[in-house]
Design a protein around this ligand. Structure first.
Ligand code: TXA
Ligand code: MG
Length: 318
């Protein structure tokens, strides 16, 4: 198992030696390596069993440091960066020559993000290189929102996990590409569309999150999935359909008295979508460990962070 702690100096020295470490962010934990070092980045793909066609996001500490990662940054991208970074936003930008093609899977664009977590920001400031980091889970599985989640799945493969507690947002960053001065959403995530629209002063019409979209090769229709089969629908009707199976329930706010307490999770008893996003991945992990055959679930209201929760539920059920 990996060592777990809050020792930034240890994290710095491992990263400088080309090792991988897990880092906390406000969205999910990341599996980080020196973004400039091919031989370190290649270890990320190996540890996650991640296909080489799925590009990595590069993490840094400030908008001022973007010039070491990207070039020709559109004004609208700067406007979004100023408004929302550090925060749960990733911008797809033209890559600078220093970023290896291994990081971007051969693309001439790069995903850039400033995570809003004090420990990881301190780490990034202590380094003289940015960090390439995907979510710290085996490819296709649910993203980790605690150091323990990372340790359970990747603990054998990495020396150190920087422990920043439970992720406060709990769902991955929203990914935006500015194309011809227009904002396109490549992944729904922890920054709500409504907040983005309020800053840019217009409605976002391009939401290109399908798996057929070549600009976001990692957005496969089956992703974020537990090992157990997930069935999405009306929970009452599903309970009747599957009355002979051992079922667990992942509901938005309602408790079901016919199902044992440890085999059901309410995402938010008060119907709060931010709380639902924060609880989603740990709920899926919990249910995955229960003695059940199926996880029955339902969509949440399709607004605010509910859109990202529904996106993940659909992929988990695919
Ligand atoms: O919140 C997050 O974004 C977390 C934390 C650790 O920062 N990271 C994360 O990384 O979710 P990952 O690798 O699990 O998901 C990144 C997604 C992938 O679907 C990938 O295809 C897309 O970002 N992506 C990365 N670079 C891209 C690029 N240049 N063009 C299009 N999509 C890109
Ligand atoms: Mg991921």
């Amino acid at each position: 198992m990996a060592a777990i702690g809050t020792d930034i100096e240890k994290a710095v020295s491992l990263l400088k030696n080309g090792e991988l470490i897990a880092i906390p962010t406000e969205t999910v934990y990341g599996l980080a390596a020196n973004a400039y070092a091919d031989d370190a980045v290649v270890k990320i793909f190996a540890a996650k069993d991640r296909p080489a066609f799925d590009p990595l996001i590069v993490h840094t500490h400030s908008v001022a440091a973007f010039s070491t990662i990207a070039t020709n940054i559109p004004d609208k991208a700067y406007q979004l960066a100023e408004a929302f970074m550090p925060g749960p936003l990733t911008l797809i930008l033209p890559k600078s020559p220093e970023i290896p093609l291994l990081v971007t899977s051969g693309n001439d664009s790069v995903g850039v993000r400033i995570p809003n977590h004090s420990l990881t920001l301190a780490l990034l400031r202590a380094l003289d290189f940015p960090l390439a980091a995907p979510s710290a889970n085996p490819f296709g599985y649910v993203s980790p929102t605690t150091a323990q989640h990372v340790n359970q799945q990747l603990g054998q493969k990495i020396p150190y996990i920087l422990d920043g507690g439970t992720c406060s947002v709990g769902i991955e960053s929203t990914i935006i590409h500015v194309v011809n001065n227009e904002v396109e959403i490549l992944r729904l995530g922890g920054l709500a569309l409504e907040e983005i629209e309020a800053v840019i002063g217009e409605k976002i019409i391009k939401i290109k999150t399908s798996s057929s979209n070549p600009t976001a090769p990692g957005m496969l229709s089956s992703h974020y999935a537990p090992r157990k089969k997930v069935i999405l629908g009306q929970i009452d009707a599903l309970l009747a359909d599957y009355k002979d199976a051992k079922v667990g329930i992942l509901s938005f706010e309602k408790h079901y008295k016919e199902v044992p307490g440890n085999q059901q999770v309410q995402l938010s008893l008060s119907g709060n979508l931010q709380e639902a996003a924060r609880n989603l991945f740990s709920a899926l992990r919990h249910l995955d460990l229960q003695p059940i055959d199926l996880i029955l679930t339902e969509l949440v209201p399709d607004e605010g962070l509910g859109r990202a929760v529904n996106d993940r539920l659909r992929r988990a059920a695919h």
